[in-house]
Write a protein that binds this ligand. Structure first.
Ligand code: NAD
Length: 256
């Protein structure tokens, strides 16, 4: 059980981050939700997790595109035994047309934020004598697709940082790993299905298997619960010697 541990999950008011927060809370960890929005609904999500699982859950606003905010998130949490770097955005364009502001935002949110939060959290983990850093990279941390230069660069960067942090903490009871999801069924992805059905004049199943999951051999989406379960495993004693590596949850994408 993760009872008594505090987990900070960046970008966790929706999708994978929220799914991971739920599974960590079900495993007994207190959780800190985060986004840059600070809406009533964001705080309500934390209340719901606390009510359903009995853990202590709260929401802290911080903009992961800003280094100072990233560090302030960890400081405000007060303690951070489990750090899940999950916040991320995407923009798709050929590299010679890639908007500079989008490039900068993707590198900042998807990669630099993990540098700042990890730097702030490691001293807390050392003080507590236990720690887990789990970076949510992507199949695009291991392979590329056209038009995703910033995202692929940032996710490869996160995988590299994961290995470095693992080496720097290798002789301590701290591990650092990256989870590399393939296509995950999040509300964002679900919302794209009707439009894609119309665009290709296909049924739901056809669109999912032939268009969206073209590169995912299983032809099934990964789920946020499965990613949460993978994260809980990385926090378990069974995973204490797993460090500096990637775990793909991608239905075979990177085996192709
Ligand atoms: P999502 O859009 O549902 O979630 C992204 C989260 O990041 C949200 O909670 C959002 O509030 C937060 N966020 C965005 N910008 C932020 C900022 N500046 N400051 C703080 N929070 C911010 O998307 P998701 O699919 O759940 O993605 C989560 C992570 O998983 C991302 O890093 C993404 O790259 C990665 N991923 C997703 C998939 C997929 O198929 N959905 C596949 C591989 C990797």
């Amino acid at each position: 059980s993760l009872k008594g541990k505090t987990a900070v999950i960046t970008g966790s008011n929706s999708g994978i981050g929220l799914g991971i927060a739920w599974e960590l809370a079900r495993a007994g960890a207190d959780v800190v939700l985060n986004s840059f929005t600070d809406r009533e609904e964001d705080h309500a999500l934390a209340d719901e997790i606390a009510r359903e699982t009995g853990v202590y859950a709260r929401y802290i606003k911080a903009d992961m595109s800003k280094g100072d905010d990233c560090r302030a998130l960890i400081e405000s949490a007060g303690t951070c035994d489990i750090l899940v770097n999950n916040a991320g955005i995407q923009h798709v364009a050929p590299i010679d047309e890639f908007p500079v502001d989008k490039w900068d935002a993707i590198i900042a949110i998807n990669m630099n934020s993990a540098f700042h939060t990890t730097a702030a959290a490691l001293p807390m983990m050392r003080k507590a004598g236990w720690g887990r850093v789990v970076n949510i990279a992507s199949a695009h941390g291991l392979t590329a697709s056209p038009y995703k230069a910033a995202y692929v660069a940032a996710k490869h960067g996160v995988v590299g940082m994961t290995k470095t942090v693992a080496l720097e903490t290798a002789q301590e009871p701290i591990t650092c790993n990256a989870i590399c999801p393939g296509y995950v069924l999040t509300p964002l992805v679900e919302a794209q299905i009707p439009n894609t059905m119309e665009k290709y004049d296909m049924g739901r199943e056809e669109v999912i298997k032939q268009v969206m999951l073209e590169r995912q051999p299983s032809k099934e989406f990964a789920t946020v619960e499965q990613l949460g379960g993978t994260c809980v495993f990385l926090c378990s004693d069974a995973a204490a010697q797993i460090t500096g590596t990637t775990i793909s949850v991608d239905g075979g994408w990177t085996a192709l």
